[in-house]
Design a protein around this ligand. Structure first.
Ligand SMILES: [Zn+2]
Ligand SMILES: [Zn+2]
Length: 119
């Protein structure tokens, strides 16, 4: 258990953490099975690294279309790819980068702060 979970006020992250269906999904035998199929299909190599000519062991099977957006594709092989942890963090910037670059890269200012004149 890490304490910093609470500090992530992040919707996408919490969405999975709190979603009992998602948790059940990841624990299901069906998922475990498909997961292995995908890893074997991809030779246990990270497909994102592979595109960049790097060979990295994949330890995560990633949903290209997010599970919560598309349950139908949850077990669809075309929607799954093997990926390494660091690439996975890039695929999910909302939950990934809390270790290092959280502070800088996560702060996105949507409100234009220099536009006071408009008011
Ligand atoms: Zn990778
Ligand atoms: Zn993912």
């Amino acid at each position: 258990m890490s304490n910093d979970n609470k500090m992530l006020s992040n919707k996408a992250y919490d969405k999975y953490k709190r979603n009992p269906e998602a948790r059940a999904f990841y624990r299901s035998a069906a998922w475990q099975k498909v997961r292995l199929i995908i890893l074997q299909r991809d030779n246990y190599l990270c497909q994102e690294c592979f595109k960049k000519d790097r060979l990295t062991i994949a330890n995560i099977v990633h949903h290209i279309e997010p599970l919560l957006d598309n349950w139908d594709k949850g077990l669809e092989e075309d929607n799954l790819e093997s990926i390494c942890e660091s690439c996975h963090n890039k695929e999910h910037p909302e939950k990934g980068s809390r270790k290092k670059e959280v502070k800088q890269s996560k702060v996105r200012i949507h409100k234009p702060k220099t536009n006071r004149a408009i008011v």
